[in-house]
Write a new protein. Structure first.
Length: 161
């Protein structure tokens, strides 16, 4: 008798379980509702594009260089890619790429080094797809220091034109 109860319990336990049907949402209307017949038809107003002066352009980074170098540091690659992205997103702007140096060295040497730094950054931007016609380079040498810290003066800055 005890075996019969066990067999019956196993048969009941092994029986088919009910199948759960997934809930399907009601079909969503894919057509626009018909316009109301009340009142005159309203004209469709399309907003005018924002004038170029109203476009918000993110701040440009400052690119720093090692002493007596114009090679781009690996740490400056990401900021330069951001500049290229900004240029891509805003085809209406052009850039002035300005090379700067610290006060170590002659005026003539620092003007040349500033030109090399600006040109190095411009070449990088060109390689990222920025049209060369949209990038102008200039050197200020050591004439526009931003700090007494010489390292901060070894830089390239961007000005949107």
């Amino acid at each position: 008798m005890k075996y019969a109860v066990i067999i019956v319990a196993l048969l009941i336990a092994c029986g088919k379980k009910p199948v759960v049907q997934p809930v399907v949402p009601e079909k969503i209307a894919t057509t626009a509702p018909a316009p109301r017949a009340e009142g005159p038809a309203q004209p469709v107003v399309t907003p005018a594009p924002a004038p170029a002066a109203a476009v918000q352009i993110p701040d440009m980074p400052v690119i720093h260089f090692d002493f007596d170098q114009f090679a781009i540091r690996p740490s400056e690659i990401y900021p330069l890619r951001m500049v290229a992205r900004i240029m891509d997103d805003h085809p209406e702007i052009t850039l002035q790429v300005a090379g700067h140096c610290c006060e170590i060295g002659t005026d003539q040497y620092n003007m040349a080094l500033g030109r090399h730094r600006a040109a190095s950054v411009a070449r990088f931007l060109h390689g990222m797809g920025v049209d060369p016609e949209r990038v102008e380079t200039v050197s200020y040498g050591e004439t526009r220091p931003v700090s007494d810290d010489l390292e901060l003066n070894r830089r390239v800055e961007f000005e949107i034109k």
